[in-house]
Design a protein around this ligand. Structure first.
Ligand code: NAD
Length: 520
């Protein structure tokens, strides 16, 4: 059961805009096991993107509060590190049970603060929950290696040990999943954690931390600081923090990667994306169009694995154009909690204005706007940040609308004569997060899988996000670092290898293992 004060709506049964009518609650910090109000004088609004209601007040954590959070994590580390792995795992077993029990309330928080539909919000929680489930089975990932007798009577073995205090910095677009990509594995591996949720939608992270405390996490093992740039800089600079996990945009991520690495930390940074679908002429029209529409426009295009460019081998002909237009037109824009919503609002008026500007820039550069989502109005939610599904055709790699990540419900359709030409487009883009090929040809798929310079590949699967026993393997401009998030690589990121070379001289056995002759 979630404790009062951490939810941003009055009634779990009625997630309506009315809930925001009371004075907006203050978003808490979690320091040394206590949910506390910040003493700061600087607060940001947490805003419902469907109607601009203020759902909560987010504190810009003060330096002394930040220091207290890091100290709590540092103080908690020795005992937590010494806690047996199965005991740490049992907290995760309980945690996953509590997440399941509170799934609806978590999903409603995501919908209210982030805007996505309730179905997408449940997916947001569920994909994070799967990482918690994987953390329950962390022991095999923690094993070391051993070679016996590397020299006469000498054995050599490696063990994995936690780093200490580690930190996570999160984006707005998956407010439940991304925190769960980070702290469950880090903590179960024996680290203590300082989490900074997105300042736009911190509610799910606070609720999850509440559940983690209830699951039995000792005080100080997980701490939450709220805020934006200052707190991020403090995380990068604090010598007690040994590693940073970041998910977000290119500009913030590259900055954090450079600053964190300069301070001697490990940093793993998942960055922006431009994900291409390559559509072969032999692909099944119905299922491909359905997949493209869902992957491009679902969650208002605000997924790092959204398909934002579709490259049609043989050209974007009527065979594709008409059904894709029909599928896009059929999507219903509405507030995420409304039953018929397919596409919710974008996160902010600024994000919407930027996407609109990029659509205009595409049109000015010669792209055809086949379907224009600008200027839509959603009855009852006229103040929402809605942008309708938008289809651009004739997009070329030189256009700004192609080069920039739009991060909205906009699909750029491109033409390629051959699979080679399509591969050249995909591999020529600076980002390498995800991609997909749609085809009935195993040979084409195999060639694509082998030659595409992108880290996550779907074959007739539009959004190939790996399950958490694999890792989230974005490449090139979509990732900075070398150990990816979750899976085996995630555990490696949060642990360091110690290698022991041991010699136990045989004569030491004398005296503790008496010869049989002397005892009989
Ligand atoms: P963002 O970079 O604006 O914010 C992410 C975090 O960085 C926030 O916690 C924010 O407070 C902090 N931040 C932002 N600007 C900063 C600055 N100048 N200095 C210090 N800290 C700063 O990202 P966002 O808009 O919240 O999220 C959307 C972006 O995240 C998109 O680019 C999307 O592709 C990317 N993303 C990537 C993945 C992935 O796995 N590759 C997953 C989700 C989102």
């Amino acid at each position: 059961v979630l404790r009062a004060g951490h939810r941003f709506f009055a009634s779990a049964a009625a997630p309506s805009p009315v809930a925001a009518a009371a004075a907006p609650p203050k978003v808490k910090l979690l320091i040394d096991g206590q949910f506390v109000d910040s003493t700061t004088e600087n607060w940001l609004d947490v805003v419902n993107p469907a109607n601009q209601d203020v759902l909560g007040k987010l504190p810009l954590t003060t330096k002394s509060e930040f220091n207290a959070a890091v100290k709590a994590a540092s103080d908690a580390f020795p005992k937590w590190r010494a806690t047996p792995v199965p005991t740490r795992v049992r907290v995760m077993f309980k945690f996953q049970e509590l997440i399941r029990a509170n799934m609806e309330e978590l999903a409603r928080s995501v919908t209210m603060e982030q805007g996505k539909t309730l179905a997408d919000a449940r997916g947001d929680v569920f994909r994070g929950l799967e990482v918690v489930e994987t953390a329950c089975g962390i022991a095999p990932y923690m094993t070391g290696e051993m070679v016996e007798n590397v020299a006469g009577g000498i054995d050599c073995y490696s063990i994995r040990q936690p780093l200490g205090v580690v930190a996570g910095i999160c984006p707005f677009n998956f407010p439940a999943m991304v925190p769960l990509w980070m702290f469950p594995l880090a903590i179960t591996a024996g680290n203590t954690f300082v989490l900074k949720p997105s300042e736009r939608d911190p509610g799910a992270a606070v609720m999850l931390a509440d559940l983690a405390q209830q699951a039995g996490l000792p005080k100080g093992v997980l701490n939450i600081v709220q805020g934006s740039r200052d707190v991020v800089n403090w995380i990068c600079d604090d010598p007690a923090i040994r590693a940073i996990s970041f998910v977000g945009s290119d500009s913030a991520g590259k900055y954090i990667y450079a600053r964190g690495c300069a301070a001697g930390k490990r940093v793993q940074a998942n960055l922006g994306a431009k994900n291409h679908a390559v559509v072969m002429p032999d692909a099944d029209v119905d299922s491909t169009v359905k997949a493209l529409a869902g992957a491009a426009f679902g969650a208002a295009g605000q997924r790092c694995m959204a398909i934002s460019a579709a490259v049609f081998v043989g050209g974007f002909t009527d065979k594709w154009r008409e059904p894709l237009l029909e599928a896009a037109r059929g999507l219903k824009l509405n507030a995420g909690w409304e039953k018929d919503a397919d596409v919710g609002p974008m996160i902010s008026p600024e994000a919407k204005a930027r996407a609109e500007r990029l659509i205009a820039s595409g049109a000015a550069a010669g792209a055809q706007v086949l379907l224009d989502g600008r200027g839509v109005s959603v009855p009852g939610y006229e103040r929402g940040n809605f942008l309708g599904p938008t289809l651009l055709a004739g997009v070329t790699p030189d256009m700004e609308a192609y080069r920039e990540e739009i991060f909205g419900p906009v699909l750029s359709c491109m033409d390629a004569a051959t699979l080679d030409d399509a591969l050249a487009i995909v591999n020529g883009n600076e980002h390498g997060n995800g991609t997909a090929i749609f085809t009935r040809s195993g040979a084409a798929a195999r060639r694509f899988q082998n030659e595409v310079d992108v880290g996550m590949v779907g074959i007739n699967v539009p959004i190939p996000v790996p399950l958490p026993f694999f890792s989230f393997t974005g490449w090139r401009g979509s990732f900075a670092g070398d150990l990816h998030m979750y899976g085996r690589a995630g555990v490696q990121f949060y642990t360091q290898t110690k290698t022991v070379t041991a010699k136990w001289p045989a004569e030491d056995i004398r005296g503790i293992s008496a010869p049989a002759a002397t005892t009989s």
